[in-house]
Ligand binder design. Structure first.
Ligand SMILES: NC(=O)C1=CN([C@@H]2O[C@H](COP(=O)(O)OP(=O)(O)OC[C@H]3O[C@@H](n4cnc5c(N)ncnc54)[C@H](OP(=O)(O)O)[C@@H]3O)[C@@H](O)[C@H]2O)C=CC1
Ligand SMILES: O=C1O[C@H](COP(=O)(O)O)[C@@H](O)[C@H](O)[C@H]1O
Length: 512
């Protein structure tokens, strides 16, 4: 059926918007000279400023070992947020709120100077002694920095607040995650730790909750009786880029599955929390992760596939194999692709397979969740059989072209009784009136300033997720034969062996 554009009407009901403005506070970025700061944090802070969401009492202090004056740091910030454009008066007032402290992260002197700078910005910019510390640093530095902050009284919360945002990886296995948490908890408590999973800040990921819990039509169908399978894909076109040092040690399971993929699965499958508040919400996520069926040794070969990209075979899109990438061990067995079939052993999801895959150097960037409903039980349109009808699929597109789709079986107009599939599609961009959808870091930094931990990962879920994956990680490390490393050409659909976990190849992955 030729698809006509859908008419979407959308009434923004301002009275139904929940938006809180943060109170005064400073943001301190450790690792201010780094990649994450330049590419993500500074543009996000600038976007918040442009949207009028930063408090009047606000300042940013960059900290790193690289020697820089305040002015040099401001120039870096300017470059990161407006590039070569000439700053407006408003931009100048934004840049004036930035300052810089250079020093070693383990030296007392650095923390003393930071403390003095916090006092200064409190007086000059009215940050009221509150501080959001963002550790955009390799995780080996988390403990020394938190210790330094605590020893210099910057984490005490008597008259002001102090929060610490940390970036993944939260450990590289269960043991190191427990150890990291133990080390941090010597100086701060859980209510001060904000663990970022940037997927939770993505608008479309959050919309899963609104779709499920603000519409009565889905909940009755949202279970094993009506849903046949769920497929979650996070495909990247990019390769390892400049992060080989980290990635070759981590691999796709640690880099994407243990965190982003499991969090997305949780949003699809969790029970409704009574309220959308940090603990109620995260309790449900923790329960869900703990109900995922353990990955047992004897099942691994039938539920898991790991792959690594090799050189592209497409002459129009040349790309080297993973082992030839800069900084990668030429004999590396690190996986750049993982596909898994998971089950959730609870009342709602008993027997429903969750097919999940993620990988680098796939044909294009595409993150989506496809929920396939069961076939109709009986056809009244004889001789058309039940299996001739396409099953309904609800598609949630995270990126790019954020939106959703629903496929329905409909009658083609005309005297004949013809069944056809109609794909109803809608894109968020239709609602945005030319504005970009806010980046995940904007939302998460704002929540950090607000003191709202809802979208941040609680430690019990980090540990539950590591616990789930440990048998697989151990099997891979101990014995390459249990789940052999399969190779796929860059920009292909991934290793062909991934089809095997789809019921021995009788089903197919959605095309990326
Ligand atoms: N970049 C990204 O896209 C993403 C990053 N992350 C995580 O965010 C954090 C920061 O990432 P990113 O900015 O890429 O990291 P970088 O490697 O760019 O490091 C950030 C800064 O930390 C300092 N640094 C680096 N290595 C060391 C070291 N061994 N000891 C002390 N200081 C060091 C450097 O500053 P200086 O030398 O001036 O002190 C550097 O500018 C990491 O935990 C990373 O895993 C998570 C998701 C995506
Ligand atoms: O955390 C990570 O995420 C990115 C993918 O994030 P996206 O927002 O671009 O989808 C991934 O490239 C990176 O390896 C990983 O560390």
């Amino acid at each position: 059926m030729s698809a006509k554009p859908m008419t979407v009407s959308y009434n923004c009901r301002e009275q139904l918007c929940i938006e809180s403005a943060p109170g005064a506070g400073a943001m301190v970025i450790f690792g201010a000279s780094g990649d994450l700061t330049k590419r993500k944090l500074l543009p996000a802070v600038y976007a918040l400023f442009r949207r009028g969401l930063l408090p009047d009492g606000f300042a940013v202090i960059g900290v790193a070992r690289t020697e820089m004056s305040h002015e040099e740091f401001r120039r870096e910030v300017q470059q990161a947020v407006i590039g070569d454009a000439t700053p407006t008066e408003q931009d100048a007032s934004f840049l004036a709120r930035f300052s810089y402290v250079a020093g070693q992260y383990t030296e007392s002197d650095t923390f003393e100077r930071l403390q003095a700078e916090l006092v200064r910005v409190s007086e000059v910019h009215g940050t009221e002694g509150n501080a959001l510390f963002y550790l955009a640093m390799p995780p080996t530095m988390f403990e020394p920095i938190v210790r330094g902050l605590a020893e210099h009284g910057m984490l005490a919360e008597e008259k002001s607040w102090a929060r610490v945002i940390i970036e993944k990886p939260f450990g590289r296995d269960l043991e190191s995650a427990v150890e990291l948490d133990r080390a941090l908890k010597k100086y701060i408590n859980e209510s001060q730790i904000y663990r970022i999973d940037h997927y939770m800040g993505k608008e479309t990921v959050q919309n899963i909750l609104m779709l499920r819990f603000a519409n009565a039509i889905f909940e009755p169908l949202w279970n094993h009786t009506y849903i046949e399978k769920v497929e979650i894909t996070v495909a990247e076109e990019l390769g390892v880029e400049k992060r080989a040092g980290y990635y070759d040690n981590a691999g796709a399971l640690r880099d994407m599955f243990q965190n982003h993929m499991i969090q997305m699965l949780s949003l699809i499958a969790m029970e409704p929390p009574a309220v959308f508040e940090a603990d109620a919400y995260r309790d449900e996520i923790a329960k869900l992760i703990s109900s995922i069926r353990p990955l047992r040794g004897q099942d691994l070969a039938t539920i898991a596939v790991r792959g690594q990209y090799v050189e592209s075979v497409d002459p129009e899109r040349p790309a080297p194999g993973y082992r030839k990438e800069d900084g990668v061990n030429p004999k590396s067995n690190t996986e750049t692709y993982v596909a898994l079939k998971l089950f959730i052993d609870n009342w709602r999801w008993r027997g429903v397979p969750f097919y999940m895959r993620t990988g680098k150097r796939l044909p294009r960037k595409s993150s989506e969740i496809a929920i396939t409903f069961r076939p109709i039980p009986h056809s009244i349109f004889k001789p058309i059989r039940p299996k001739d009808f396409s099953q309904n699929v609800l598609l949630l597109r995270m990126q790019p072209h954020e939106g959703m789709g629903l496929s329905l079986e409909v009658k083609s107009p005309g005297s004949k009784l013809c069944v056809n599939t109609l794909d109803m599609n809608f894109s968020y961009s239709d609602f945005m009136h030319g504005e970009d959808i806010p980046d995940a870091y904007e939302r998460l930094i704002l929540d950090g300033l607000l003191g709202d931990q809802t979208l941040f990962v609680r430690n019990d879920t980090v540990e539950a997720s590591w616990k789930l994956f440990m048998p697989l990680l151990r099997a891979w490390e101990d014995n390459l034969d249990v789940v052999p490393l399969c190779f796929y050409p860059a920009f292909s659909q991934g290793p062909k062996e991934a089809n095997e976990i789809l019921e021995g190849g009788t089903l197919q992955w959605r095309k990326i």
